[in-house]
Design a protein around this ligand. Sequence first.
Ligand SMILES: [Zn+2]
Length: 57
Amino acid sequence: MDNQSNFGQRQMVQGDWKCSECKAEIKELPFEPDGDRPLFCRDCHRNRKGSRPDRNF
Ligand SMILES: [Zn+2]
């Protein structure tokens, strides 16, 4: 009966990681980290995206 409330919601993975950039604590991620890739907090993630010149207007 409650199936619909979960539908379409992004699954967050709870954990205890550190941002590779600013060493901030990361408590949850929208994906399962494989331990191989560097992890970024929300701020650094946005900064990395924003630092790229985007000419895709
Ligand atoms: Zn960070």
